[in-house]
Design a protein around this ligand. Sequence first.
Ligand code: SF4
Length: 383
Amino acid sequence: MKNSSNTVIPISTIGRARPAVAVPEVAVPATGVLLDRLGRPMTDLRISVTDRCNFRCSYCMPKDVFDKDYKYLPHSALLSFEEMTRLARLFAAHGVRKIRLTGGEPLLRKNIEGLIEQLAGIRSPSGEPLALTLTTNGSLLARKAAGLRAAGLQRVTVSLDSLDDAVFRHMNDVDFPVADVLAGIDAALAAGLGPIKVNMVVKRGTNEQEILPMARYFRTHHGGKVVLRFIEYMDVGATNGWRMDEVLPSADVIARIHAEFPLVPLEAATPGETAQRWAYADGSGEIGVISSVTQAFCHDCSRARLSTEGKLYLCLFASAGHDLRPLLRGTASDDDIASAIGHIWQGRADRYSELRALRGPDNDSGDAGGKAPRRVEMSYIGG
Ligand code: SF4
C-alpha cells in the first residue's frame, strides 16, 4: 500500500500496534480449555505460514496494492517451523483440536511438508492427534498432494471461484488456468486427502453465473467426495474496495440451486462450524454456504489466528494482533507463553460480523463512531 508520499508501507505494519505481549502477573494455567468473554472455547488454530501468494484475487490481494513494489515480510521475521510447532503444542494444551495451515498461499512456503510432520506429532492432553488441514488455491496441489499426505496432512480445502476458464483467469488476475486446479483436486483425492472442500467466493456481477455450473460439476464428479461451499464476499482487510451491492446473499445461492436440485438442511457437523450445510435431496452429496455478511456466526466462533510472524489475531476482521514472537525468541518458558495465550483469549470479545449486521454494512464507523481502525489483510492472517 502506498501512502501520500508514495512510500510503500508493508501491510503487516498497518493497524493499531499493540504493546509487546507480557507474561501475565497472575498466571493462567498452562493447560485446560479456555473460554473467552462470550463463553466461546478456543478449538481451532489457523496458522498463516506465508504472506505471499501467486494469485492476485481482487477480493483478497488486489494487484494494484500487492504490486511489484510491495514489501513482503523478510524471512528472518517469519516464525520457524520449530517456533510454530512450539506454539501449536501450547494451543493444543489449551483445547485446540484442529489446525488449519493458510497464507497467502501456504504451498509456496519451502518444505512445508517438514512443518506438517512436526505438527502431526502433537497430541491433545488426552493423547488424541489433532485434525490437520490446509487451505490452498490449488495451483501447486497436483505436484505436492502425495508429499503432503505422506507428511501427515489429513484434508485440504481448495479455493476455486469458477469453472469457466476466462472468468477464473480474470478473478485470479494472473491468468492461471482452471484445469490445473481441477488436476490438483484429482491428485489430492488420489493421495487420500479427501473428502475435499471447495470454496467459491461469490461476487455479484463477477461470477454468480458460475454457481449452477459449479454445483452441476461437483455433483457429478468425484462421487460426492467434494463438498462445494459458497462464501459471501466479505469486507476483509482494507484494500478490496468492498461494497454491499456486490454481495450475493447465501439465501439467493440456495434458492438458485434448490430450483434445479432440491436441497434439505443438515445439522452442523461440529460446533463452531462456519458453513451451513445442505444435502441434495436425491442423496448425491452436500453443499455449504458461509454467510459472514447476512447471517453472522460469531456466537460460537472458536477460531484463533496466528500470523506468519507470530501475531495472535482473535478475529478475521481484527485491526491488531498480539505479538508472541518476543516471548518465543526471549527467555519465556512454555508455561509463561501458555499463560499469555490464555490471558489474551480470556479477554476476547470480538464479534465483528454481528456488529456489522447491527450497525449496517455501509456504516463502517469505529468503536467510538470515529474512523474505524484499519482491518488486517486476509492474505496476511489467512481466511
Ligand atoms: S467476524 Fe470474527 S468473531 Fe465473528 S465469526 Fe468471523 S472471525 Fe469469528
